[in-house]
Design a protein around this ligand. Structure first.
Ligand code: NDP
Length: 423
């Protein structure tokens, strides 16, 4: 066993997540169907869960050459920027074999360059409202690409060294390992596929899709409302902030523990851009006029959420990098048998996942501009609350395994999981 832990063969996955192979099949089908449902249910004529979505059966409505070219062009553009000699490099966490991978840090420059290119496109009157017009075709291209890339990743892992396999995606069931990710850190030379997809094409693409929605309004000769401008601004800030803190992703569950399979590929490239942009798409056809007071209240909620989200993520990040940092000496922490200490004051003494609380508050502030006429633009916060509750269970389970009784002690000191005095 010890030999397995240090490198060589990775043990079989025996503990299943997402209801095992059957759950994986359900996810493989239901996740893309959800993207389509949200598209067809939210249309200019109607955006309601109570109306039957008007689905088209004409294949050319789903896929066309322009959308494929835009998608491939975008992926190539992002790849070139990733590989460009700008930015720095940093090391990832220690792997099972004792080594560390080197990662490129240049995503902040990439988002600035991407936004600037988009701005140039607007300046030169390039018809970027195509992002609205070809939304369905672009989403379909991203979905097909996700299946193909996941298949490639599975085959690559199966033919690669056994030591590269992801412990969570090594069940021997094709469908489960395809979904969870069979290889932990798939790379082509120095190009890290998971790290690349996690923060760049999908996240930046989401912000640009939103901008494309605003351009559609101008193309119609109308003026955008404060509501859609708020949504686009808030979400662009979220994207830029994530890319500014690119390094922090190297210690997240996705990079450290999860393999790169359909769950993350589809999540990064299809789910994030094409479901998270629903609020902006809704507001193109269903404008909402907010009072000044409403605008101020929504901005206040966004700022509160951002303060909790950024404050807690940065506090933990700084503590994990250097627990003896003089700037953190006012914080209390408890020792654990596993070696690392757990914070019990500051943000992490308030609830066990203050970063999730901040994220949820921001998510609500992104849907408030859409008003309450339809529940569909509230999809993101509703889904996100479920996702983060599930993620908190997963993380708590992992922490219990890692810290044992020390985790129980921490939980007795910090009683609430996400919302103080509520949950
Ligand atoms: P977290 O950043 O919450 O990290 C959890 C880890 O932190 C634990 O496994 C543990 O790891 C460490 N930890 C837990 N409690 C303490 C403590 N008291 N003191 C010190 N360390 C502690 O993980 P996530 O990756 O889930 O979240 C990162 C961010 O990404 C969040 O803000 C989340 O909201 C966001 N997110 C956004 C998504 C989106 O689609 N928009 C999707 C998922 C996440 P260890 O002790 O081993 O260091």
């Amino acid at each position: 066993m010890a030999g397995e832990e240090k490198g060589g063969k990775i043990p079989r996955t025996t503990e299943f997540e997402f209801m095992g192979p059957i759950g994986s099949v359900l996810m493989l089908v239901s996740l893309p169907l959800t993207v389509y449902y949200l598209y067809f249910a939210c249309q200019p004529e109607s955006c309601s869960v109570f109306d039957l979505p008007q689905v088209t059966f004409d294949l050319s409505d789903y896929l066309d050459r322009d959308a494929v070219l835009i998608f491939i062009g975008w992926m190539l553009f992002q790849t070139l920027l990733y590989l460009a000699p700008i930015g720095t490099e940093t090391e990832g966490v220690v792997l099972r074999n004792g080594t560390r991978l080197i990662y490129k840090i240049n995503a902040f420059y990439v988002v600035i360059i991407s936004f600037a290119m988009f701005g140039l496109g607007v300046y030169y009157d390039y018809p970027l409202h195509v992002l609205y017009d070809k939304y369905l075709q672009l989403a379909t291209t991203a979905i097909i690409f996700s299946y193909l890339l996941s298949l490639y990743l599975y085959i690559k892992a199966a033919m690669g060294p056994p030591s590269a396999i992801a412990p969570r995606g090594n069940s021997g069931y094709f469908v489960y390992d395809f979904f969870m990710g069979h290889e932990l850190n798939p790379r082509i030379g120095k190009f890290d596929l998971k790290y690349f997809c996690e923060l760049r094409p999908g996240l930046i693409g989401w912000a640009l899709l939103n901008f494309g929605m605003v351009l559609k309004i101008y193309e119609r000769g109308e003026q955008p409302t404060a509501a859609i401008l708020l949504v686009c601004f808030f979400q662009a800030v979220y994207v830029v902030d994530a890319l500014w803190h690119e390094k922090s992703i190297l210690t997240t569950m996705d990079i450290v523990h999860d393999g790169f399979g359909f769950m993350l590929v589809f999540g990064d490239l299809a789910w994030v851009p094409f479901t998270y942009s629903l609020q902006a798409r809704y507001l193109v056809d269903h404008p909402v006029h907010l009072s000044n007071l409403a605008v101020a209240a929504i901005i206040g909620l966004k700022l509160l959420g951002f303060m909790i989200f950024r404050g807690s993520n940065s506090q933990k990040d700084a503590f994990r990098r250097n627990p003896n940092d003089p700037a953190l000496k006012h914080l209390k922490s408890i020792p654990t048998q596993a070696g690392s200490r757990l914070l019990v004051s500051g943000w992490w003494g308030m609830v066990r996942h203050p970063n999730y609380l901040g994220d949820i508050l921001m998510a609500i502030s992104w849907s408030l501009p859409c008003g309450f006429n339809s529940i569909l633009p509230w999809f993101y916060p509703l889904y996100f609350i479920v996702l983060l509750i599930h993620r908190e269970w997963r993380d708590s389970h992992e922490c219990k395994k890692k810290y044992g009784q020390d985790w129980d002690h921490y939980c007795s000191l910090v009683k609430y999981r996400i919302v103080p005095y509520v949950y």
